[in-house]
Design a protein around this ligand. Sequence first.
Ligand code: SF4
Length: 215
Amino acid sequence: MKKQSKKNIAEIKKRFLERYGSAKTELEFTSDYELLVAIILSAQCTDKRVNIITKELFKVLPTVEAMAASSVSEIASLIKSCSYFNNKAKNLLAMSQSVVANFGGKIPHEENALKSLAGVGQKTAHVFMIEFLQSNHMAVDTHVFRTSHRLGLSNAKTAVKTEEDLSKAYVTDLATLHQAMVLFGRYICKAKNPLCETECFLTDFCQSRSNFKPS
Ligand code: SF4
């Protein structure tokens, strides 16, 4: 697959910003604690499902201290409709206890400190910083990975390398572009039956379109 020229990247970026310039995450949160918990829960789980879960979860465990004083079994019972809920419950307990023990009960906002927490890798740390701080970071989930490859913005085999490619290509507005590509992948450039003919505004740059039947 041929990578896009600088001119084409600039046009793709412009169209994403025009279409999704004011887009926000679909996860609901009112604090950094709530956002971090929601992002950890959202792995392999839809934002819609996470919002249903967190509404009840935060009534019982409204603060990081309350979660730290909880137990794996209590957290698991509160998030049991989420995929991998046992593992996520273990991570949430360990994360909250680490925040209380090592960060004075305040969710850290810096990348390396975030990555020291259980259940928080580079993607989660970047998504947190993008959504809470609007920091100039890219994060590559399944939607960003798929759409960036279909559009010829990256040929990389891994999410980390794809993130590097996108950061170098776009340079600025990474937080908005991350959100744009998530929404584009979720609702238009879907894994199965992408809406190439009816909804896509980037068909002239697509490198994969011929692989799909028109919907
Ligand atoms: S033409 Fe289809 S496959 Fe290509 S970017 Fe648009 S929606 Fe995705």
